[in-house]
Design a protein. Structure first.
Length: 609
């Protein structure tokens, strides 16, 4: 190709360093333009100066901007130095390595189709394969009602896209916003079908996305690496592999009034120090894997008034070093509603959590800034679960219709205060081996009342539903303090201290329970003092030799001082079966004495042989 520009008639004074056709003003007609293009080398780019360039009807520029067979051309199909373009169909050739359109001045592009579907085939991630490149010298660019088949590279400081569609391959995203872009806005656009991200934002770039649909992209819909993204009233749908929204390396992502649905993995992810994720009044649901919101590696998040539904691992997962603010959200149908990992803190307040397969809130952290306040939790397997290392302050929560309301396990040490724990199927509060901490000033009532059919948690041999429940169950090795609580109207015992329990039971008001108000096994080492009933009478611990059947699986239910040991009951049943055998009566389970468990009946019948 020649090193001189081909100039339109009347514009011979113009010379440009690149090969091309030069058009300076808007007076040039398209017939003159096509005539001039016929005189230059095949594949020569078109260079447009400031002015208004409008086709009388949509032109297919590929007709006269295609290279010779076997030639490899470098550079854009059209390079515009400003002005406006309207009604163009610009398609790069299969052999050209350059954007279909490159803007190097303030421009307005309307009703155009820009295609570089072939250019990415030989060098998919090269910037030269873009459908549109907005250069850094294009200080103010507007793209209106256009279609880009191929990725868009934005370097200009002020760029606006309205009512446009972006799709295709090449690059790392449908729209890639480079470092330092002052303002890039996408309003009413559609971005779809890219194997990478829909929008990729680099460091110090600022992007605002409003009323836009991001669909069926590969790794993520929005990836913000050290930049700032504001996402409003938009839809993020069907991301095929990675997290739908990702912010990292000190970036900031704000999501308001958006829908993040049907994605393959996590809904929103924030990681890295100084990274911020803000979610308001949005909906995240139906992730095939992962969690609703993941905040880890010292990232911070603020999640409010958002619905998080149906994630297989957790609604919100908080990792080491992160301390998010989680307020007023609805979290449903996840394995765990909120998972607080070791080293994490945060404020979790006034959230509604339901139908969690494992726990409404699961805590592994004893961070000094961990506060769990005023949450409403129902229909979970365990309402609030503290595991090894779990601590913090848990206050004024309302836990109901779970299998166990609040459970403290090995080496946990939370402060549980002023909670209402009621209508849970098996126990209101349960402390297992090495579970510590303090449970105080709580109202624990009506546990064990909920019928079997009203609970939707899956059943198993280890987690049966229905049956009678105790208010507080202290198992072998438990070492918590149970003090100044109101414990009443539970179907089983008020407080049951099992063999080996080391708990202090102090100053509680215990009354009107179906079993004993306060009872313990013979080898319990718990200490009880200052406990009274509603009539202000002292409640003494009753030692019971065994747990009453047929509710062996419900620890602490229906315990009475008069209960006999297993050996005593088996001997009585053995005599009854011997008498029935002598009288040749049929031995059937329906003839067993009242209140006999299957294990006892089997032991008695086996002893006859």
């Amino acid at each position: 190709m020649s090193n001189n520009c081909a100039c339109l008639p009347g514009h011979e004074k113009a010379v440009h360093a690149m090969n091309g056709v030069y058009c300076e003003q808007s007076g040039t007609t398209w017939s003159t333009l096509i005539e001039a293009l016929a005189t230059v080398d095949p594949g020569t780019p078109l260079l447009l100066r400031k002015g208004r360039h409008q086709a009388p009807s949509r032109f297919n520029m590929q007709v006269f901007l295609t290279g010779e067979a076997g030639a490899e051309l470098i550079g854009p199909t059209i390079m515009a130095y400003g002005g406006s373009l309207q009604g163009l169909l610009i398609s790069s050739s299969s052999l050209r390595h350059g954007p279909a359109l490159e803007l190097r001045g303030d421009s307005k592009i309307a009703d155009c189709v820009l295609s570089n579907r072939q250019g990415w085939a030989k060098n998919a991630n090269n910037v030269l394969t873009a459908a549109l490149r907005v250069g850094s010298s294009a200080t103010a660019t507007t793209l209106l009602s256009c279609t880009c088949d191929g990725f868009v590279l934005v370097e200009g400081p002020h760029t606006s896209f309205r009512d446009s569609t972006f799709s295709g391959l090449g690059g790392r995203a449908c729209v890639e916003v480079c470092a330092g872009v002052v303002a890039c806005t996408l309003t009413g656009c559609t971005l779809r079908d890219h194997p990478g991200a829909a929008v990729l934002v680099r460091r110090r770039a600022c992007v605002e996305i409003v009323g836009t649909s991001l669909e069926r992209c590969g790794w993520s819909s929005i990836e913000c690496i050290g930049g700032t993204v504001t996402l409003k009233a938009s839809r993020v749908l069907q991301t095929s592999s990675g997290s739908a929204l990702v912010v990292r390396e000190g970036g900031r992502l704000e999501c308001e009034d958006c829908q993040v649905h049907d994605n393959a993995s996590t809904g929103a992810e924030a990681c890295g120090a100084a990274t911020q994720l803000l979610i308001r009044r949005s909906s995240l649901r139906d992730g095939a894997s992962g969690v609703g919101v993941l905040c880890w590696q010292e990232a911070q998040a603020d999640i409010q008034e958002t619905t998080i539904d149906s994630y297989p691992l957790a609604g919100i997962d908080v990792g080491d070093g992160s301390s998010p603010v989680v307020v007023g959200n609805t979290i449903r149908k996840s394995k765990t509603g909120i998972l607080v990992c070791k080293g994490a803190g945060g404020h979790y307040k006034a959230n509604r959590i339901s139908a969690a397969e494992r726990a409404g809130i699961e805590c592994h952290s004893s961070h000094e800034e961990l506060h769990v306040h005023e949450n409403k939790i129902d229909g979970c397997d365990i309402g609030i679960l503290f595991l090894a290392g779990g601590g913090g302050r848990c206050a004024a929560n309302r836990v109901q219709t779970c299998r166990v309301g609040i459970e403290l396990r090995g080496a946990s040490s939370p402060e549980v205060a002023s909670c209402e724990v009621f209508q849970n199927r098996r126990a209101g509060v349960q402390v297992q081996r090495d579970g510590g901490g303090c449970v105080r000033e709580c109202h624990i009532h009506d546990n064990g009342i909920v019928a079997r059919s009203s609970v939707g948690v899956q059943t198993s041999a280890a987690k049966r539903v229905g049956g009678d429940g105790a208010g507080v169950v202290l198992l072998d090795g438990a070492c918590a303090r149970i003090e100044h609580n109101r414990i009443r109207a539970n179907k089983g015992c008020g407080v049951f201290s099992d063999n080996g329990s080391l708990c202090d039971i102090i100053g509680n008001t215990i009354s009107d329970n179906g079993g004993q108000d306060l009872c313990s096994r013979p080898s319990s080492q718990g200490r009880a003092r200052g406990n009274r009933n509603e009539s202000n009478r002292a409640v003494a611990a009753v030692v019971v030799p065994r747990q009453r059947t047929p509710f062996d699986w419900t620890v602490g239910s229906n315990l009475h001082e008069s209960d006999k040991t297993m050996e005593q009951r088996v001997q009585e049943m053995r005599k009854d079966y011997e008498e029935m055998a002598e009288n040749k009566e049929m031995c059937a389970m329906n003839m067993a004495p009242a209140n006999v468990g299957g294990a006892e009946a089997m032991s008695a019948m086996c002893s006859l042989s």
